[in-house]
Design a binder for this molecule. Sequence first.
Ligand code: NAD
Ligand code: UD1
Length: 337
Amino acid sequence: MSILVTGGAGYIGSHTCLELLNAGYEIVVIDNLSNSKFETLKRISELAKKDFKFYNGDLLNQKTIEEVFSKNNIDAVIHFAGLKSVNESIEAPLHYYHNNISGTLSLCQMMKKYNVKKMIFSSSASVYGMPKNVPITENSPLVPINPYGRTKLMIEEILRDLYISDHSWGITLLRYFNPIGAHESGRIGEDPNDIPNNLMPYINQVAIGKREKVNVFGKDYDTHDGTGVRDYIHVVDLAKGHLRALEMVIRTTGIDAFNLGTGIGYSVLDLIKSYEKATSKKIPYTLTHRRPGDIDKCYADTRKAKEKLGWKAIKSLEDMCRDAWRWQKNNPNGYNK
Ligand code: NAD
Ligand code: UD1
């Protein structure tokens, strides 16, 4: 079975490509490398001991996508390709709407033309915005609070309309919580450009000595220690969730959304302490002001994924920290040699 992976050179895509190859799927990857490196693809092949086809192309380019579908017998698509920075999406909304939404539209048009009607889409917990209640179920109100989150919700709605128009589609919307960590080989991981916005890559850079200390955003949230609480999930658990979703989507039609998280909320200080324990590295930090747009706590109700996909995250916070550090230590400059 041949799976087209869009954005397969990225952080979550690369880990999922490896799991797919290890499970015996053939994969075809398309990525414009706007936020990733070719080196990642080499390492996936090396780890899986298998080759695969790669198109260095943009989803916005209809000709390239047509080539992908006309030259390969694709059975299903896992669609990761998209821009993902909340801050950037506020500064450049048109760029985000164009890339994420138009890219998805041209992909779907080509899927329809070539009668490929199975898709897994990378959505995000950001579609829930500021949740009134935690844990967050899939039925919670969908009120994203930034352009990035709105691109995700709009795409979910486009895909629902597509299914309504043609019931032979099978579409799974996966709403990720906070993916962190890296493959246990230490060969693939998260490689942010510039100063990391997200907590775990920032901690990693403090641990390796690139940054002095972590600025903990907010100390007076309504949480057990006053710092923000999130549902951190190991990227390999997350990648495996895609395989379970794929098995389901291949044999069914319909459209459904699933939270992918652990269901456990940890604070910023919990994560720092766990990192120190897992790695024996000291992580200096200071408590500072809240980051605009942040919420106090966000974690998933994971029952639906367990019941319907038969999937559950199994790796602990310490596993996530240990693997994140191994990746950082072995690749101090990410994929740049
Ligand atoms: P990433 O940036 O590492 O990977 C996305 C990949 O898509 C990159 O390799 C990029 O080069 C590629 N891409 C972007 N636009 C493209 C286009 N028009 N044509 C071809 N390739 C294109 O991000 P990630 O963390 O691996 O996230 C994957 C998906 O999951 C994204 O859609 C993201 O919004 C979503 N998501 C990520 C997180 C997270 O915390 N990482 C959380 C929730 C949802
Ligand atoms: C952010 C995005 C979210 C996206 C997710 C994964 C925002 C508002 N939300 O989520 O849409 O899906 O990334 O890409 O940007 N923190 C610090 N110091 C830091 C960095 C973070 O204290 O230097 C805190 C934050 O306040 C938060 C927690 O750490 O409480 C996690 O932050 P982060 O990793 O950025 O993820 P989210 O804010 O949950």
